[in-house]
Every structure is written in C-alpha cells, then in structure tokens.
Design a protein around this ligand. Structure first.
Ligand SMILES: [Zn+2]
Length: 355
C-alpha cells in the first residue's frame, strides 16, 4: 500500500507487536449456501430483506444483522432492535401490517442487537431476562431502555393467542441471553449461538462462558423447530445447519483438549533462559501460538461427516478458525480442565478434563 493512499490511522507495520492483516484472496471461495440475504436484490435496493417465515412470524435481515417480528392481530411483537437494521425495521414492519408494535423482547443486553430499541417510543412493553435488566441498569444507555417485564427462568408471552416462549438456561454467550421460541411456527431465535452456514464471529462471538455457549448449541437441538434465527450471517437456519455447527464446535473442543494434553509448555522454554525479562511472556505467546495452530490444522484438515472439509462447508472457516480455536482453548483451560497441582516434590497430580 503506497503512502499516497494510506490513511493516517492505518498502522500496518507493527510486525509481531500488532495484528496481522489479511487479503481477500486468502479466503477460500464461500460456499454457495452461505450467501443468504446478502445477495438478494431487495436487500441491495432497499437496504433490508423482510420475509415471512411462517404464520405471521417475519425475519428482517440487512445481511450481517437480523431480527424477527410476529404479527398477532392485536399488535406486533419484535425480537431485538439491532442498530445496523435501525429504522429499516419499522419500514419492514409497515410493509406487512399497520398494527402497532406493542412488545419488544431483548434477546440479551448487547448493544449491537438491541441498541436501536428507542425507535419504538416509550409506550411499549419490553421483556427481558432479569440479568439483562441488571446489566442495563448498571451500564445505562439511552438507546437501550430498561425492560418493563423481567423473568428468571421461563416465561410465556401470550398476545392475542400467539404464544412466545422465553427461556433462560444459564449464562452462555453472555449473562441473560435467552431462547425465544414460537411453538406454532416452530421458529427458534438463538441469538449469537447458532451460526448457519458460517463460522461464528471471532472468538466464538466474544462469548463469555464457552462451556455454556457450547451447551447452548445442544439445547437448541432439544427444541422442536424448523427455523432458527441467529442474529447474524444473512441466512435463516434449519436443524441441519445447527447440527453442522455443533460438529464444527465439537471438532474445536476435541482438538483443543488434545492440544492441551499433547503440547508441553516446557518445550518453549528452550532458548528463553538468558537474562531476558520478557522470557515468561515469550514462552506464553509461543505456547499459545502452538496450541492455536495445532487445533486450526486439525480442524481444517479433517474430512468432516459428509466428506468435505470445513472451508468447503462453512463460510470463513479457513481464515477465522484460528480465532475460534484461541477462544475455545483458553476457555477450555479455564472452565473445563483440572491440570492438577504441584506436589511438594514438584510433580503434578493427574491431568483431566471435566466432561
Ligand atoms: Zn451478543
């Protein structure tokens, strides 16, 4: 990149001190089935895509963010208000009904999914998990008003006979992240959990509790659903997509455990024993690089259940797997292992993983 075109804020010369840049050509061609609404003409023309899933349940997508609404005959219930969709959501609703929005459900407290909540005005009911309320009260945001109704584990919203089941199964992507299920339409919203035909955003979508996030994928499969709304990736999902995502995640978890069992940190002590104060950090950095690369190579080289490799099945698997591998490794080490402790004679007790 020449200095003539290089913006003043672009720092691309840090070498090992900085993050690596990537070229589009470094990515494998994205699988056709991952394109979703990104390539639909109405999204390109109007900026959004709106589609009836079934029986009054609609999906709105701008390509990289999505949300859902349900027309009940006596008002509209909306799930999430992503700022990236913004007031196009109002426009999308107006294209299918003139009923007012009466309820808004917050899937979780993250601003990228509910940060346009004020567009509906002050006279709606906002339903969320009680931890979502706590977090929004602790970190106030004028664009994310506090919920008017909260629940602890399960709640059913019944608006004019349209049932919406809300369930909190414990911390996963973040505290307070809920499942929203429409039993009649067999639609499940599992926001920032499911990721149909794509690898998840880096570091497993910045999820906080990866044992819980992994468990949540299996909890999705316990629902009787035909359609899953993920909050991202431009495409609705089905059961096969979730099963595929679970297989990818299982690969990450399995190889992360294998890497933690196989790679000794002591290997990286070699050559680091001079009067060099940074040695501890260098050992740590190289150890994690070795762990991440081990997992990434194993995951990407494996022939998956249908004989294809992940980069042929999931958009971005090739280049982004390393980020997910790091998140899984680090959280596996923290949440799911017990690597023993040192005895008085300096030998460790047994190494094992929790199931
Ligand atoms: Zn989130």
């Amino acid at each position: 990149m020449s200095d003539m075109t290089k913006p003043h804020w672009l720092v691309d010369d840090l070498g090992p001190k900085g993050a690596a840049f990537i070229d589009l050509r470094d990515f494998a061609p994205p699988p056709e089935n991952s394109h979703g609404s990104l390539f639909l003409p109405d999204r390109i023309e109007k900026g959004y895509h709106v589609e009836e899933i079934r029986d009054g349940a609609y999906w709105v997508s701008v390509g990289w963010y999505d949300c859902m609404f349900v027309v009940t005959g006596r008002g509209v219930v909306v799930l999430d208000a992503p700022p990236a969709v913004g007031e196009r959501l109002l426009e999308a609703i107006e294209t299918v009904t003139d009923e007012p929005v009466t309820h808004l459900i917050y899937s979780h407290w993250h601003a990228d999914h509910i940060g346009a909540a004020t567009m509906f005005g002050p006279n709606i009911e906002i339903v969320a998990h009680e931890r979502t309320r706590d977090l929004l009260a602790r970190f106030p945001d004028p664009y994310r008003p506090l919920p008017t109704d909260t629940f602890a584990t399960d709640a059913t919203l019944d608006v004019n006979g349209v049932k919406i089941e809300l369930s909190y199964k414990g911390q996963n992507h973040c505290e307070g992240n809920i499942f929203t299920y429409l039993p009649k339409q067999k639609v499940l919203a599992a926001i920032d959990i499911a990721s149909p035909a794509w690898v998840t955003f880096r570091d497993c979508d910045s999820s906080e509790n990866l044992a819980g996030w992994e468990q949540a994928h299996h909890q999705v499969l316990e629902y009787d659903f035909d359609t899953v709304v993920s909050g991202h990736v431009s495409r609705l999902g089905n059961r096969d997509d979730v099963v595929e995502g679970v297989e990818y995640l299982d690969d990450l978890v399995r190889y992360a455990r294998q890497a933690l069992e196989t790679i000794p940190i002591e290997y990286f002590h070699t050559g680091m024993d001079g009067p060099y104060r940074a040695a501890f950090r260098a050992v740590e950095e190289n150890y994690f690089a070795a762990l991440v690369n081990y997992v990434t190579k194993k995951v990407l080289e494996r022939k998956t259940s249908n004989g294809m490799r992940w980069e042929e099945r999931l958009n971005g698997a090739d280049v982004l797997t390393k980020h997910n591998a790091f998140a899984i490794l680090e959280k596996t080490r923290l949440e799911r292992t017990h690597n023993g402790y040192l005895r008085r004679d300096g030998t460790p007790t047994s190494d094992k993983f929790f199931i």
